[in-house]
Design a protein around this ligand. Structure first.
Ligand code: BT5
Length: 344
């Protein structure tokens, strides 16, 4: 959003302001004010004209300008109703030299998980890629993925959901012991199973000693039913419904639900949390440890050429997982697919 439009919205937030007053305070012509007001209306802002001037009667539910309005983090927002993959778009923007852009979409038609897996991204989700250019060596890149997991879990917790982190990059919701229906028998947390709420895919380009750009892609199942994504997943809507029903799961047939989150506010909090963490990387791992279910669990970690099974002991300063492997003893793994297992 351009600065003049941002200033107009800020002025209108405190009550009606006349066109001439806006023109004076912004040092633009009255015609320019009118043009910007029309532009804001086209973006979905409800701007009424009354005897005292313009007033702001409503903001759009979810689009780029709406997310930028009131966002307290230095990202510009590019929003698409539908796109193949926000990560692919972030890569294009990186090639154009851009930075600090959040690419968002209501729906992705070619969402990607790690190792080129498919990521289901129906309409109603939060599909976002944050493009940035941190001045750190590539070895520290995993901290941005961990920061995204912390930011996601914290924001979901603010929305009333018991979101936790599974190493390295999944945000999951533990399943209570009496609600195991549909949960994978093998995937267990300390007190039952878990369902996946969010996944993160970080892509980067760089040299040995410097990151060129980094795109942190965060997928959060938000305002749709869990039946739209693979078994073993959950959504914000589903979890809030479950909570409202006292823990029982009930299927909803409607397309919209009063348990839906305000995606605009959710994304703003997510970007703000991520920004706070990226400016203070020392705090990322301690914050991650507080939210994880993995440490102390018996885990299986699938690596490209081997599988490690044992107790997860610790996370290293750059996000590696230390496992006490049943055969090989203490091993550090830096990436892989991790499953929590039932204790032997
Ligand atoms: C991930 O991969 O968890 C990373 C997902 C990143 C998605 C975001 S959305 C915004 C940005 N743009 C993109 O194109 N991608 C990023 P991984 O750990 O490999 O998990 C993938 C596996 O999760 C799949 O093989 C499915 O089994 C499962 N899966 C697919 N869609 C899912 C969903 N919506 N919710 C939960 N699980 C899903």
């Amino acid at each position: 959003m351009n600065d003049t439009r941002r200033s107009i919205l800020e002025s209108l937030a405190d009550g009606p302001v006349s066109g001439p007053t806006l023109a004076d305070s912004l040092d633009v012509s009255r015609a320019a004010v009118w043009k910007h007001v029309e532009g804001l209306r086209e973006d979905g802002f409800e701007i009424e004209s009354g005897p005292d001037g313009y007033s702001l009667a409503g903001i759009p539910a979810y689009n780029g300008p709406a997310i930028e309005y009131g966002l307290e983090a230095p990202f510009s927002v590019e929003y698409h109703e539908s796109i193949a993959s926000t990560n692919a778009r972030a890569r294009e923007l990186a090639a154009d030299g851009r930075s600090d852009v959040a690419v968002l979409a209501d729906e992705q038609t070619g969402g990607k998980g790690r190792l080129d897996r498919e990521w289901s991204s129906p309409s109603g989700g939060i599909w976002v890629s944050i493009l940035c250019r941190p001045r750190v060596p590539p070895a520290r890149a995993p901290l941005y993925t961990l920061a995204a997991a912390v930011a996601t879990a914290r924001t979901a917790r603010e929305a009333g959901i018991d979101a936790r982190i599974k190493w390295p990059n999944d945000v999951v919701v533990p399943v209570a012991g009496d609600d195991l229906e549909g949960a994978d028998d093998e995937q267990v947390s300390g007190d039952g199973s878990y369902r996946k709420l969010s996944g993160i895919l970080t892509e980067m380009e760089g040299e040995t000693d410097r990151i060129q750009w980094l795109a942190v892609g965060i997928g959060i199942n938000a305002n749709f039913d869990a039946s739209e994504v693979p078994a073993g997943s959950t959504t914000l809507r589903e979890e809030r419904r479950r909570r409202a029903n006292g823990g029982r799961h009930e299927n909803g047939n409607e397309n919209e639900s009063h348990e839906d989150v305000d995606r605009r506010l959710f994304v703003q909090r997510l970007l703000e949390e991520f920004h706070t963490l990226r400016t203070d990387l020392e705090r990322v791992v301690p914050a991650w440890r507080e939210l994880t279910l993995t440490i102390g669990q018996r885990v299986r970690v699938e690596l490209p050429d081997e599988t490690v099974v044992g107790e997860a002991l610790e996370i290293t300063e750059y996000g590696g997982l230390v496992v006490d492997d049943d055969d090989a003893g203490r091993i550090m793994v830096s990436a892989g697919d991790c499953t929590h297992l039932r204790p032997v």
